[in-house]
Design a protein around this ligand. Structure first.
Ligand code: UGA
Length: 458
């Protein structure tokens, strides 16, 4: 058998760490380089730097083949492949900030790694720029990642596709070998991250995970196109939900009806408060900017972004419509994380909703099963935080469900009602059953379902 490759992963964020753990589990020797010393020290002690299902167990399992360092020499010495997965956060102007990427490339240029793989989401043209920085003798591949937070490891181990953009045949060869176990799904599943049943059955019938080969620019654009399309689906269904609200239809029923058309499909069609997180908001803006810079006005994408922004405020407007003036009223936010399964607050709708409620004079309380500690550092200090949702609702005037944590579905809503001063629930994620809530005596509205706003009366 071929000797396992030594791989350096640059950046111990969601993408970098998931990749590092996966490759180590599959048999590569992996060094993880990060400039954040506290993060590296924590990882050496086996502590995950963020919450992600199965990460702690996987770090422990892969520990013999994982090394963490802040020292580039230690990270790159003897390494054949470097996978760059540093952050590319948005600048205020809307384009991707490539500072960390360029820092990583400048450092790499001083070491001898023959293949540099860019996994960070980067504007089209960045891989060519990387080639110029790294100089002759170093090959560059674009290898965007499609993992979702909250399922980062499972998406990495059981991907729907692997995308490799490159210009040399040998580069495709190296990455096909590196990712071979993922393509063939030949490794044993982890007890805490079982292989999805459909994939297991398909593999048994001879299925292989597609590894798509493209040029550098196509791989870069495909990543943006995927996120822009998914974001478009969300803004589209939110607009249909807003229409449903106006005319008295139920968005969940509409989705069920249209989702059966295989050209449309039922997935990624949950109406709510709009998309948040570290990817969609950033990547939609970056693609619009990229298009504009290229002389093209991407009107559809601009509208997607605008609809998403407005969607967050609708919940506040609804609260005001139901309660009257918000001034002096106590409003509880159930959930702060941008989605369940993560403690990430980047571009979380909760933050803007809390700000807007405060601006309109409301007293704001908030709770979240995972993101509370982080939230305390970010939220306006006037927001009162609670670990126990039942304590948070005591004597309050309205509950806004912001993140659809399973815990909130499972709440004892009869008990919540006894504690509230006014039984108002505005469900920003359609997590609750409108009929059950009304039967309990709540004034309830979801997004595009439940009663029309004009019919809601206290
Ligand atoms: C997203 C993509 O799903 C990944 O494929 C991609 O790799 C990743 O961005 C990235 O570019 O790194 P992620 O941001 O972790 O992953 O989260 P999603 O689960 O896609 O959710 C994004 C946002 O859309 C969340 O705020 C979620 O609440 C919202 N959403 C999602 C909806 O409002 N409705 C839906 O039907 C689905």
């Amino acid at each position: 058998m071929e000797k396992a490759k030594t791989v350096t992963v640059v950046g111990a964020g969601y993408v970098g760490l998931s990749t590092a753990v996966a490759l180590a589990l599959l048999g590569s020797e992996v060094r993880v380089l990060d400039t954040n010393a506290a993060r590296v020290e924590g990882l050496k002690r086996g502590e995950p730097p963020f919450y992600e299902p199965g990460l702690a167990e996987s770090l422990a399992e892969a520990a013999p083949r994982l090394r963490y360092t802040t020292d580039p020499a230690e990270a790159y010495d003897g390494s054949e492949v470097a996978i760059v997965a540093v952050g590319t956060p948005p600048t205020p102007a809307g384009h991707a900030d490539l500072r960390y990427l360029y820092q990583a490339l400048e450092t790499l240029a001083q070491h001898r790694v023959g293949l540099v793989v860019i996994k960070s989401t980067v504007p089209v043209g960045t891989n060519q720029e990387a080639k110029r920085i790294l100089g002759p003798g170093v090959a560059v591949a674009s290898n965007p990642e499609f993992l979702r937070q909250g399922q980062a490891l499972s998406d990495t181990l059981y991907p729907e596709r692997i995308l490799v953009g490159a210009e040399e045949e040998w580069v495709f060869g190296v990455l096909e070998r590196l990712y071979g176990p993922l393509v063939e799904q030949s490794f044993e599943e982890l007890p805490w991250l079982p292989r999805p049943k459909a994939l297991r059955e398909a593999v048994a019938r001879g299925y292989r995970v597609p590894l798509v080969r493209t040029g550098l620019e196509s791989a870069e654009l495909a990543k943006y196109a995927a996120n822009a399309f998914l974001a478009t689906r969300i803004s589209f269904i939110n607009e249909i939900a807003n229409v449903a609200e106006a005319v008295g239809a139920d968005i969940e029923e509409v989705v069920q009806a249209i989702g059966l058309d295989p050209r449309i499909g039922p997935h990624f069609f949950k109406a709510g408060l709009g998309y948040g997180g570290s990817c969609f908001p950033k990547d939609t803006r970056a693609l619009a900017y990229l298009a504009k810079r290229g002389g093209y006005d991407f009107k559809l994408l601009r509208a997607v972004i605008e609809v998403n922004q407005a969607q967050r405020y609708r919940l506040v407007e609804k609260a005001e419509a139901v309660l009257g003036r918000l001034n002096g009223q106590t409003v509880v936010l159930l959930g702060l994380a941008f989605k369940p399964g993560t403690d990430d607050l980047r571009e979380a709708p909760s933050l803007e909703i809390a700000e807007e409620l405060l601006a309109r004079g409301a007293r704001v309380r908030a709770t979240d099963p995972k993101a509370l500690e982080l939230a305390k550092q970010i939220l306006d200090p006037r927001v009162e935080t609670f670990t126990d949702p039942l304590e948070a609702v005591e004597g309050a005037d309205a509950v806004l469900l912001v993140t659809e944590w399973p815990e909130y579905r499972a709440l004892d809503w009869a008990e919540v009602k006894r504690r509230l001063r006014r039984a108002v629930v505005l469900d920003g994620r359609n997590a609750l059953d409108p009929r059950a809530m009304e039967a309990l005596g709540y004034v309830y509205q979801g997004i595009g379902r439940g009663r029309k706003l004009s019919e809601l009366a206290l």
